[in-house]
Design a protein around this ligand. Structure first.
Ligand code: 3PG
Ligand code: MG
Length: 407
């Protein structure tokens, strides 16, 4: 997406002001327990800065997909508690994001207080981007700060609509995400490469199309690579692949060639006949995959080739694992390449930006998620940004902030 200009917290004097802060508290939860605090930890600096400067910080977020119903298991109350712990200061919680409950909780705030409001998606108007909900949210506050890059691909009342009714600013996390993405693709040091993994070409067509215009090298990994290999006439045995995407894969390879973008596919593979952890495996060149076997990871020759290619790069965008990383030993190629990317990044030789879907869990599994130049907290939003789309939540911050509508 084109670089847009937006106001940051540098342009906000928050002392004594009620600031509506759109966060993304949609954190992973298993059996009622938050399993990963990354999004909360990344949000904390924005809240600290606002609260320390004397703002009354009113945090709003969605969690999961309650579809306009009040679903108790999808309450944000546990996230409010976790936020309080992370911040090391009291955080109050109100059981609705609009109406009398929210209004009374806001009225009771002092400068420097932090309040979390209940899940915005308990109201059907959130996902419909209903102006009545946007107005009711805006009525609680003086200013709007959006720090939820990871929800910016949604044009919802609390991510997009509300920005029409209040002076609007990007929070520190939003700012960091946008700067990292800008450095990676809009204004990268060249040569720039991308690693795109994952299961299906069909879900990443727009993404690949956009990347072909922007990167010098495109490394294809995961089951998606099988479709490219099969499209080139290579027998991939029982590997996951999309038989109906061969023409598309060939068209992508032709387009890449015409644009001078080098596409790199695996040259060898770790195969197995069963999809489970630690089955008997066979490592073979890609043109020698047994008919009854599946490709489940890239092999050592591929890792060597990719390592060599990465040495030549100044910038790398990473989305998607190279193999079935959730099953041992098919995490091997991803782990090895991630370690190499981390090493070059830490040595100051490479700018690396990772995000989207499984990427962060794969890098965390490899133990290097914190050693990239930037690891995005976003899933779908990161993918849409890689597709070159304008994200509505960001558009709203940049364009509409000068035209504030009356409530
Ligand atoms: C995410 O986790 O990707 C964001 O919070 C958006 O959630 P959604 O996919 O339910 O809109
Ligand atoms: Mg999602």
């Amino acid at each position: 997406m084109a670089t847009l200009s937006f106001k940051t917290l540098d342009a906000l004097q928050p002392k004594g002001r009620k600031v509506l802060l759109r966060a993304d508290l949609n954190v992973p939860v298993r059996d009622g327990q938050i399993t990963d605090l990354t999004r909360i930890e990344r949000l904390a600096p924005t809240i600290r800065e606002l609260a320390d400067k004397g703002a009354r910080v009113i945090v709003v977020s969605h969690f999961d997909r309650p579809k306009g119903q009040r679903v108790p298991a999808m309450s944000l109350e546990p996230m409010a508690a976790a936020l309080g712990k992370t911040l090391g200061r009291p955080v109050r919680f109100a059981e609705d994001c609009i109406g009398p409950v929210a209004e009374q909780a806001v009225a009771a705030m002092q400068d420097g207080d932090v309040l979390v409001l209940e899940n915005t998606r308990f109201h059907a108007g959130e996902e419909k981007n209903d102006p009545d909900l946007s107005k009711a949210l805006a009525a609680l506050a003086d200013d709007y700060v959006n720090d939820a890059f990871s929800a910016a691909h949604r044009a919802h009342a609390s991510t997009e609509g509300v920005a029409r009714f209040l002076p609007s600013f990007a929070g520190r996390l939003m700012e960091a995400e946008l700067n990292a993405l800008n450095i990676a693709l809009e204004n990268p040091a060249r040569p720039v490469g991308a690693i795109v993994g994952g299961a299906k070409i069909s879900t990443k067509l727009d993404l690949i199309g956009n990347l072909l215009d922007k990167v010098d090298i495109l490394i294809i990994g995961g089951a998606m690579a099988n479709t490219f290999l099969a499209a080139k006439g290579v027998g991939v045995g029982k590997s996951l692949q999309e038989a109906d995407m061969h023409d598309t894969a060939r068209a992508i390879m032709e387009k890449a060639a015409s644009k001078g973008c080098e596409i790199i596919l695996p040259v060898d593979a770790v195969t197995a006949t069963e999809f489970r952890a630690d089955p008997p495996t066979k490592t073979v060149p890609v043109d020698a995959v047994p008919a009854d076997a599946m490709i489940l990871d890239a092999g050592p020759e591929t890792v060597r080739l990719l390592t060599e290619k990465i040495v030549g790069l100044k910038t790398l965008v990473w989305n998607g694992p190279l193999g079935a990383f959730e099953l041992h030993p098919f995490d091997n190629a991803t782990n090895l390449l991630a370690a190499e990317v981390a090493r070059r990044t830490q040595a100051g030789q490479l700018t690396s930006v990772a995000g989207g879907g499984d990427t962060v869990s794969a890098l965390r599994h490899a133990g290097v998620a914190d050693e990239m130049s930037y690891t995005s907290t976003a899933g779908g939003a990161f993918l849409e940004w890689l597709e070159g789309k304008t994200l509505p939540g960001i558009q709203a911050l940049s364009e509409l902030s000068e035209r504030i509508l009356p409530l």
